[in-house]
Design a protein around this ligand. Structure first.
Ligand code: ATP
Length: 516
């Protein structure tokens, strides 16, 4: 069996080969951690965004959207804390000259121990069957006990160091645990330093004195500074939410894992404003709603888990990540944070404007508390692609690569193919395409054998192939071929629209989210 690493490599090249994701400015050898979406990628990405946007604004009458600018007044980032505290602890290996995030090196080490513990437990579970008790096993088996103790010791030192912002201790953890640079294999490390992740540029002509502005590192602040604009003009009552999709920029130190960690990426964020004291109830509500949104896609419930934060940001009183099982382990796709009244209060302080809400029901004025849900479009894209990518061995020694994308997200919903390029079949195929194209993104393919054409569509995840043959001209029926099962069926042309519509209608997912 191919290792997960191999699968990931194949996925990355598949994304390029089939027009999903290209390295940015590739003719100049690319730009690290910046990517472009190709003709199929952009369709998938747009569908993800639509799924998210509609799930917010259609399913909730008290959630509305905005589209704020990327540039914001520089004081925004003072108020949000990004100028002073949006830092990553970085460390360099003196031999390879490679730069790493110190916290990531330590987290990776902890994950290695977790993997070892899991492996031992799996082995033992197989051996002992139903009577296996993981907790007892971890507490008594000599080897596992040692792993657990080591893991816990590193973990607690790490949490304390992060909490105290103790950079020397972070380095000491790396030294004590003999963490080596994956490139040079040496332990020749620099000290750990803080590094601000915001990109800056200048606005205005230099003659008048240019102003230093930042490329926003998150979309959230565009929502906070517009809180009163939206609340007043929309006559919205707490609780209500404002959502936004847009680009964000971070000068990530360790750019790796393809589109998982990019320097320019896209976020889908929602800030939900609630009465002080009610935030934890809403935090739980949104946690569950967001998980249902993910699961409704049908990529496999076991691929998701919550990871509650032990180290809370200074402004948060609860935080969790939704993690997805990527080929390189469970990783954060979305963050859900209870941000208290930190942002609105801080903007009130820095702007000198009153940013309070008068609650007519309790006759009180207050600064609302905030629950944030924040998901990266690109990470979501990667999680869907990694769950969908499938290499299948077929009968007769043949094989195929198929993207089992949820049909609702597939870039192309149906491909119409005349069996041959003559006898009026192309014309008939075009007629069918024209009848479907107002509702569904469809394609037309008449090149090569039908088998090859099916494979091309499998590789980009097209759920339906529709073949027009000589009999079609006589009986108005076509062969519809289903991507996942490869089953073929003869259906009337008039039925095509409803077959496709049933499979790709977002309404079906929304019903799942709401009714669960
Ligand atoms: P990480 O710990 O992985 O750096 P984060 O906790 O800093 O992520 P948040 O600030 O909570 O991330 O951002 C919310 C979401 O935005 C993340 O869950 C992720 O999906 C996405 N995101 C953040 N940074 C990046 C990036 N560099 N590239 C792609 N997506 C990102």
């Amino acid at each position: 069996m191919a290792s997960q690493e191999d699968v990931f490599k194949k996925l990355v090249s598949h994304c390029k080969e089939y027009g999903f994701v290209f390295p940015s400015s590739e003719i100049y050898d690319g730009l690290a951690a910046v990517y472009d979406y190709g003709q199929n990628g952009v369709e998938l990405k747009n569908n993800i965004k639509k799924y998210w946007w509609d799930s917010m604004v259609l399913l909730h009458e008290n959630v509305v959207g905005i589209d704020a600018a990327i540039f914001m007044h520089p004081t925004t980032w003072k108020a949000s804390g990004h100028v002073d505290a949006f830092n990553d602890p970085l460390i360099d290996n003196k031999d390879s000259k490679k730069r790493y995030r110190a916290d990531v090196l330590i987290e990776d080490l902890i994950a290695k121990y977790d993997e070892k513990i899991d492996k031992e437990c799996e082995k033992a579970a197989k051996k002992f069957g139903d009577s296996f008790d993981r907790e007892m096993f971890c507490a008594t088996n000599g080897r596992v006990k040692e792993y657990v103790e080591k893991r816990d010791a590193i973990h607690s030192r790490f949490v304390n160091a992060m909490e105290a912002n103790d950079l020397a201790e972070l380095k000491q953890i790396i030294v004590d645990n003999e963490i080596v640079c994956p490139i040079s294999g040496t332990k020749n490390w620099t000290d750990v330093r803080q590094f601000n992740l915001m990109f800056s540029t200048e606005m205005g002509s230099t003659a008048d004195g240019a102003m230093k502005v930042y490329l926003r590192p998150e979309t959230a602040q565009g929502i906070f500074v517009n809180f009163l604009n939206v609340q007043k003009t929309g006559r919205l009552k707490v609780p209500f939410g404002i959502c936004q999709i847009g680009k964000a920029f971070r000068n990530e130190i360790v750019a790796r894992q393809f589109i998982f960690r990019m320097r320019e990426f896209e976020q889908m964020e929602m800030q939900f404003f609630v009465r002080p004291g009610e935030e934890l109830k809403w935090f739980e509500h949104w946690k569950q709603f967001r998980l249902r949104w993910h699961k409704a896609l049908g990529l496999g419930d076991e691929k998701y888990r919550f990871h509650d934060h032990e180290k809370l940001a200074h402004y948060a009183n609860a935080a969790t990540d939704i993690e997805f099982q990527m080929p390189f382990g469970f990783k954060e796709v979305e963050g859900i944070h209870s941000r208290t009244d930190f942002d609105l209060s801080s903007h009130e302080k820095y702007s000198g404007k009153n940013i309070k809400y008068f609650d007519p029901e309790i006759n009180q004025s207050y600064t609302p508390y905030v629950i944030e849900t924040s998901i990266g479009v690109d990470r979501m894209f990667l999680s869907i692609m990694s769950a969908a990518y499938c290499e299948e061995q077929l009968e007769g020694g043949d094989s195929r690569v198929v993207l089992k994308l949820p049909p609702v997200l597939a870039p192309i919903k149906a491909c119409v193919m005349p069996l041959v390029k003559k006898d009026g079949l192309p014309e008939k195929a075009r007629e069918i395409l024209n009848s479907l194209k107002f509702d569904f993104k469809c394609s037309y393919d008449e090149k090569d054998s039908i088998g090859k054409r099916y494979r091309r569509q499998d590789a980009i995840g097209t759920p339906f192939c529709i073949t027009v043959d000589h009999q079609t001209i006589e009986d108005n029926c076509v062969t519809i071929r289903y991507r996942d099962t490869m089953l073929q069926e003869r259906v009337e042309i008039d039925k095509l629209h409803s077959i496709i519509a049933d499979a790709v209608n977002m309404k079906n997912l929304f019903k799942k989210i709401v009714n669960q």
